[in-house]
Design a protein. Structure first.
Length: 209
């Protein structure tokens, strides 16, 4: 058992204050996230990096508002923009899935770093800070799931598009593009199939009376 007088749960007022402080330092979270990215060996186009920075900002605002006492639904509504960006990245093939995953993990590390600094400045208890970490990790998990869903939907769309294109090309190879009727290649193929199926002892398909 904990010593008498020691808290066993987080302080909701402290958590609200921490959420407000974290929201005010969204730019610091994004800066820490991008710093970790620059230290890695993979850099993407500037426009793509800007979208990742936007994801970091939106994600920080969403979870900070959740910490501040707003219902989880608000955080999800705010986070919708991040999920839309993931869909864009997937459809445009702007970044591989593993790199998007790394950026999400870096955001969580950066948010935890800034939250810890805020907690130290505000003298917030370790239990409240741990609860804030748990909320950040929960937000990360939801973000990763949504990100994977976006990439999976794009994969299925691309496969369907490829299949339709293959069927279209197969049709164009055997049909006239203007009339849609069978072309010479298809007719010759059908004749060859008839000849192969015809019994060797039967009269020639091409014989005359």
């Amino acid at each position: 058992m904990p010593p008498a007088g020691q808290a066993t749960t987080f302080d909701a007022r402290e958590l609200r204050g921490l959420g407000q402080a974290l929201n005010a330092r969204t730019a610091d979270v994004v800066a820490a996230m991008m710093r970790r990215t620059r230290e890695s060996d993979v850099l993407l186009e500037d426009s793509v990096e800007e979208r990742f920075a936007r994801v970091g900002a939106v994600s920080t605002t969403a979870v900070a508002r959740w910490m501040s006492g707003e219902p989880p639904e608000v955080a999800r509504d705010v986070g919708q923009e991040s999920w839309q960006i993931f869909a864009q990245l997937a459809s445009q093939r702007s970044a591989p899935l593993n790199e998007v995953t790394k950026r999400c993990l870096r955001w969580c590390d950066a948010a935890c770093e800034v939250a810890a600094d805020c907690a130290a400045r505000m003298q917030i208890s370790s239990l409240t800070l741990e609860h804030a970490y748990a909320m950040l990790r929960r937000s990360l998990h939801v973000t990763l799931v949504r990100m994977c869903e976006s990439f999976e939907q794009e994969r299925k769309r691309a496969e369907s598009e490829l299949e339709n294109r293959q069927q279209e090309l197969a049709f164009l190879a055997t049909h006239d593009t203007l009339t849609g009727l069978a072309n010479r290649a298809l007719l010759l193929d059908r004749v060859e199939q008839m000849l192969r199926r015809a019994p060797r002892s039967s009269p020639s398909v091409c014989s005359t009376a």
